[in-house]
Design a protein around this ligand. Sequence first.
Ligand SMILES: *Cc1c(COP(=O)(O)O)cnc(C)c1O
Length: 393
Amino acid sequence: MTDPGHALITITQRPATVFVEGHGAWLIDEQGKRHVDLVQGWAVNSLGHSPALITQALLAQSQRLLNPSPAYYNRPLLDLAARLVQLSAFDRVFLASSGAEANEGAVKLARRWGSRHRNGAHEIIGFEHAFHGRTLAMMSASGKPGWDAIYTPMPGGFTKARLNDIASVERALTPRTVAVMIEFVQGEAGVVVAEPGFVRELRALTAERGVLLIADEVQTGVGRCGTAFAYEQYGIEPDVMTLAKGLGGGVPLAALLCKEAFNCFEPGDQGGTFAGNPLMAAVGLAVVDEVCRPAFLAGVRARAEQLSAGLQAIAREFDLVGERGMGLLRALVLPTDVAADVVAAAQALEPVGLLLNAPRPHLIRLMPALNISAAEMDEGLALIRQALRIVLA
Ligand SMILES: *Cc1c(COP(=O)(O)O)cnc(C)c1O
């Protein structure tokens, strides 16, 4: 078979399958084969594939107003910002198009605040194995092994501590530190959950030292963890938060949120051609209105319990290490580095395939649509069993 990607710049290995259609929990390839999709664009499609809510928002907004220019207000931009403020602990919103862009904005905002109020403090403490995006500065902010060496020289001003180790944060703090940037669940690192005690200590420490706490909720936010935002489950409030992935439910949309005290950009400091465009904002508003309803979030928690219990049963049955996660962001931990084989075996299952993601060699990450049905979840769990049976046989 000729490589379907022959005209693309090579960036990663992909299966030869070409996907043409998606509905809810299902993704269908060019051969007409159906797959249960537990990847959902890496926790992006909060309402599954092509939900009517999003296609209708896209159609209605595109017929009305596509792009008045970022120099002017538009209604969906204002409405989405107001809705996010109402739902969260934050007062101000900047809309962007990707998680990396929102995180860059968070770093810029922190540095701006540091130059004004903290005598030029500018260093950002991140965490080992963290993932904050793929711009050069976000590669510096991330803690992925090797990422400091691929594209040297890298932007400076980023240091690292260890997640769940408050002493390591204290050691990394200097008079130049302006912010600590954290994922409450390190997704790319393998769904590593920050401990409640650690997060509370981190909040107290940063407040005491006059250092901002930036929550990267690009993956954990907008219902993924069973609450509107993951920080709610820690009983703390960050100073700055970023959202992307699930916020757009499949379209490129991101947000930077801050408390009023940190609303310190001067006109012209921050912007973007597509920042706050009404087409994406209208989708975000539809997604947030649906996902952040209490009844919807209760459904996410019910499906999360089902998934967690199902994965625990699988771990016992196959003598695996176990499962972990928060809400519908979970991982199944394997005893050996066979995750890639499990992913391949799952997709190859007949007549129905299963799409899984392996961010680490020994670990499968599960990120189903937040509105997956109980029956579809059971079907997914049964397919995971089939794939494990093939690989571990
Ligand atoms: C995916 C991700 C990003 C990067 O988002 P992009 O939209 O790919 O730029 C940043 N932070 C976290 C925690 C993510 O999961």
